[in-house]
Design a protein around this ligand. Sequence first.
Ligand SMILES: [Zn+2]
Length: 264
Amino acid sequence: MTKTKVYLLDFGSLVMDGYMMFWGRGPGGPFRFPTYGVLIDHAEGRFLFDTGYDGGFFAKNLPFVTIDQSARQTVPGQLDLIGLRPRDITHVLNSHYHVDHVGGNHHCTHATTICHKCELEAYDDPEPWEAMGYSDRSLSGASGADDVSDRADDIYTPRFELISGDARIAKGVTLFETPGHTPGHYSLMVELADRRPMLFTGDACYTQRSLEENIIANSHSDVKQSFASLERLRQLAEQHDAELFYSHDPARWAEWKPAPYHYS
Ligand SMILES: [Zn+2]
């Protein structure tokens, strides 16, 4: 059996105010942060965790956000670095359905989309203060779309598999519930043959500083759950001797190795 490989896919960067990144703490001012996805090349499938943002969508609908994304920093561009195409992805997993994590889902026309049922509910009927976070509607109308038998190959009609609770997705690939940033937020752990497990926090923890100084994001659906999820991540890392990979940490990102390099 082939060894599981993990690739970090670079989807470009965004700029937010420091007070949005570090709620109540700042400092304020522009804070540029990376967005990335995680490709798990596994004997049981090719799993893609988070797909970044859609630059065209941002330019049109969120023009006040500073973006920096080349054609290479997209799902097709990053997969091409390792000789794959979007149709090779068997499963898309998303930490949550905010605009900077689902923007490339629509490229993966052949994938099953695994989603926490609470997240899809929040996305389908967002609270007013969540509407911008969930404003990429490329997944909309999909919750009842089981029948995709006659879809054209290149049209994106997400085929959802709804889950809840912690979930083993494949051998050594586990989603852990970490709600608070959004109602159905997941973090992901991947166990590999030759190194410590990789624990991808998603937006339950933007940066290493967030964990060390106990700071949550300005964007949250539930304050207490957000802090509980930070604590859960600490405990999971300790329990599994896992290395933490934060979602939007420019300093750590600069140290990690993006595709075509792989971890195994
Ligand atoms: Zn994010």
